[in-house]
Design a binder for this molecule. Sequence first.
Ligand code: NAP
Length: 236
Amino acid sequence: MDRKVVLITGASGGMGREIAKGMKDQFALALHAFSGNIHEQQSETIAHFTADLRNEEECKRLIDEVVKHFGRIDILINNAGISKSAMSWKMSSEDWSETLSINLNAPFYLSKYAIPHMRQHEWGRIINISSVVAQSGFIGTSAYAASKAGLLGLTKTLAKELASSGITVNALALGYFNVGMIADVPEDIQAEIIAEIPMKRLGDPQTVVGTVSWLSTEASDYITGQTINLNGGLLS
Ligand SMILES: NC(=O)c1ccc[n+]([C@@H]2O[C@H](COP(=O)([O-])OP(=O)(O)OC[C@H]3O[C@@H](n4cnc5c(N)ncnc54)[C@H](OP(=O)(O)O)[C@@H]3O)[C@@H](O)[C@H]2O)c1
């Protein structure tokens, strides 16, 4: 495989689908889904994988299968994520644990099992999809906010551990985009959110696609341990 091999988790979701579409001409894509459908058809450079990322064994199996299929894994995009909405004092321990499992544990385990393969080639990229909610908090999202904030700490530590191995690790803190999980937010709350955004609009996923693609190239090789904010001016 002469192209770099990218694993995109949650490629069946709104944002993952856009990332896959935007990277398919330049990279070999390992596209992961849990229960949903992947839009891009399988081909010589695109393969589909399924895994329930709530447990470590499935994370390990996913990495093993990608490496078996393509012979390598160069770029890991930890994009799969869920959000459970409830006030902290009403959130069930199941919802708390599931959110932490998918949003934080899975990126850790996938990194853990992908890193030895990247180290073999002395090159790699790990890109963690976090959220502005990690930085600002948002009512009703304690588990989500905690998981996404944990991801920023994981990013910084992995970056330091891997800085001399040719592997960079960065996070994107996304604001509010017009695809994916925003569909679960009621319209009146969406209007309130948009009113708070300095650009007064939701983000276009092409901003994420462009940033992820650029982080996946040599042009970003001196950038590691960073949280890149894509949020229309929130927190500015
Ligand atoms: N959209 C936004 O405005 C926004 C803002 C900030 C951050 N983000 C972050 O961007 C990422 C993508 O979000 P999105 O908007 O695309 O959400 P989405 O459309 O709801 O997609 C979520 C993805 O997570 C996968 N998933 C759910 N449970 C899983 C499990 N047990 N094991 C493995 N995968 C599982 C889903 O797979 P299946 O569908 O196949 O089950 C799906 O591909 C998330 O990390 C999210 O936190 C999004």
